[in-house]
Design a protein around this ligand. Structure first.
Ligand code: ADP
Ligand code: MG
Length: 590
């Protein structure tokens, strides 16, 4: 039977597009509050938003008649001149409120500034009741209970309370970032998750969201070209995260996930990242594009955009980011003479020298052991006290395949003398490979651990603390003893003996980021490869760490034991070989 669908059903279908989970509904409500001119928005959720959420603002409010109309489909106050070009509000489709109301129990209380009292309207499963007068403060509160109670099939797709809460937080963070002059708070069952006071300073708000460390690791971007403005902050290439969640992109005040922009960012950082392709830069960028050059009405959730001239946007982005990073002394510095090395066994990747550059410019990020005169003196001391004293190899005693360590240069590379070659070993890449292999081998065994006499206290977000705590048993099996410490810190008491203590903070942050990408039902033991790789990356000897000759030789010997030691876990070489024969050729001796 061909028929027109009833309005409630149409709304439920629309809800499928706009309202996917509590977080997406909350996004719509907060956007409405922003559109209403609020400078204070408070969000409350229960069970991650699954049983209840509310958004309260101090915006312009709605009259009795407006309330009744607002919950009708395609009712909007935001397209006054019927034109889809000058879209200056976040909303414009007029479908959020009716869509949410069609799949939940909604109650809106509102009072415009100039009126003596407030009004309240309830809508349940799409059926609206008569508005009632109620006492109310200025502004609007939208409360939603039992999301998807009318559509049990959708209810089944909701994740655990923790995942839903995390998604809500992300949504609020994304909006808060772009509106620093609005104060935001988020509470889950009386636990404060977010509390951002209003500020005039965008960088301050950006750092509230990303974390205060960002302040020391970011550079401002500010350019304008042909009416397109780009501003914001880009993280240094050394300051990376395991996932791209801390890449905040906005077009005309709207948070977007856009392939053009993401591709441009990848391009801008290409070759500058110390960790090859596994780290993601952290940044907050705000594009302002003339309204007639961008279409924001591409998807119902409005997270995609279409640019009239995508190439120009990409070019502007890549050039601006590159300029800023380069100005700051991070230009790709290829010091190796590529031609001369042409015949060496393994070609070096040219990104490696850069890692060293960063190390020296940002000692605060890479934990660098202090290089006092005293220490370098000790280093040469250890030369003279070496028992094996292998510097002049005893006749007819074969040198080991990877040779004997002669020196550490730039606190990053080990120079070793082998039978017929000179080897240059990247100490971090090599150690990382070994750590990874050992971790993978010892899976299932009881791990050796090192106890921290002073537990390491690490700042995290509250739901990250609960995420780690929920995995505590599994992590213990891997050698980690991590306990909650207040609501937004954890204490690390024990860690796997294989890992270097130097960078526990980064290792944990990375572990958290990695855990976030797993479903609640995923067992960590099925993800060991990923986890070990991430841990080995941060838990291994860093570039910039001074090593003794004994430590260097120990590393070389371990590498010989390990079949795959020639490549780091990201596939780059861990060492390069300069054949004597080739060196002689380069000097014209042969
Ligand atoms: P849209 O935002 O696309 O207009 P919505 O369904 O989200 O559609 O909202 C419908 C209308 O209800 C809005 O256009 C606005 O006039 C009104 N409205 C919604 N939320 C608020 C609020 N928090 N404060 C004031 N007015 C609101
Ligand atoms: Mg809206």
């Amino acid at each position: 039977m061909l028929r027109l669908l009833p309005q409630t059903l149409i709304n439920q279908i629309a809800a499928g597009e706009v309202v996917e989970r509590p977080a997406s509904a909350i996004k719509e409500l907060v956007e409405n509050s922003i559109d209403a001119g609020a400078n204070r928005i408070d969000i409350r959720i229960e069970q991650g938003g699954k049983s209840y959420f509310s958004v309260t603002d101090n915006g312009k409010g709605m009259t009795k008649d407006e309330l009744a109309l607002a919950v009708e489909r395609h009712a909007t106050s935001k397209l006054p001149d019927d034109n889809l070009v000058n879209i200056t509000f976040l909303g414009f489709r007029g479908e959020a409120l009716p869509s949410i109301a069609s799949v939940a129990k909604m109650k809106i209380t509102s009072r415009p500034h100039e009126t003596p009292s407030g009004w309240m309207i309830e809508v349940e499963g799409g059926h609206k009741k008569e508005p009632l007068p109620v006492p109310a403060t200025y502004g609007t509160t939208v409360e939603v209970r039992d999301l998807f109670y009318t559509t049990p099939a959708r209810l089944k797709f909701l994740k655990s309370e923790q995942s839903e809460q995390m998604a809500v937080r992300e949504v609020v963070d994304k909006l808060a970032m772009c509106y620093p002059n609005i104060s935001f708070s988020l509470e889950n069952e009386n636990k404060k998750l977010i509390s951002y006071p209003a500020t005039e300073n965008l960088f301050e708000r950006v750092s509230m969201v990303i974390g205060h460390e960002f302040q020391d690791n970011a550079l401002p971007v500010q350019t304008e070209h042909d009416g397109i403005k780009l501003s914001g902050f880009v993280g240094l290439p050394t300051y990376t995260r395991a996932t791209s969640t801390d890449q905040y992109l906005y077009v005309n005040g709207r948070s977007v996930k856009d392939k053009v922009l993401l591709g441009a960012i990848r391009g801008a950082y290409q070759g500058l990242m110390g960790h090859g392709s596994d780290g993601h830069p952290v940044l907050a960028l705000f594009l302002s594009v003339p309204y007639d050059q961008v279409d924001v009405n591409v998807s119902p959730a409005k997270t995609e955009v279409r640019f009239a001239d995508a190439g120009r946007i990409r070019g502007l982005l890549v050039a601006s980011i590159r300029n800023v990073l380069a100005e700051h002394g991070h230009k790709t510095a290829t010091t190796l003479n590529i031609g001369a090395l042409g015949s060496s066994e393994q070609k070096p990747t040219y990104t490696q020298p850069i890692r060293h550059n960063y190390t020296t410019s940002y000692p605060s990020y890479f934990p660098v052991t202090p290089t006092t005169k005293q220490e370098s003196f000790n280093l040469s001391d250890s030369y003279s006290v070496k028992v094996e004293k292998p510097i002049e190899p005893v006749m007819d005693q074969q040198l080991p395949p990877l040779g004997l360590a002669k020196a550490q240069i730039h606190k990053t590379y080990i120079v070793s003398q082998a039978e017929d070659a000179i080897l240059i070993v990247d100490q971090h890449a090599a150690h990382e490979r070994l750590t990874y292999e050992k971790m993978m081998q010892s899976i299932g065994e009881k791990p050796q651990t090192q106890l921290l006499l002073v537990p390491e206290i690490i700042d995290l977000k509250p739901e990250e603390v609960s995420l780690l705590t929920s995995r505590a048993e599994e992590l213990k099996e891997m050698g980690w003893i991590i306990e909650p410490f207040g609501t937004d810190c954890v204490a690390v008491r024990e860690l796997p003996a294989l890992l270097d203590k130097a960078d526990i903070k980064k290792t944990i942050q990375d572990l958290v980021d990695t855990l976030k990408t797993f479903d609640d039902t995923v067992l960590l033991k099925d993800k060991m490869k990923d986890i070990c790789a991430r841990m080995a990356c941060h838990g291994s000897i860093r570039a910039g760490r001074m090593l003794t000759i004994e430590e260097m030789n120990a590393l070389l010997r371990q590498m010989e034991q390990c079949g795959t030691s020639g490549q780091c876990i990201h596939g780059r070489p861990t060492y390069i070989t300069l054949k004597l024969e080739d060196i002689e050729k380069m000097f014209g001796r042969k």
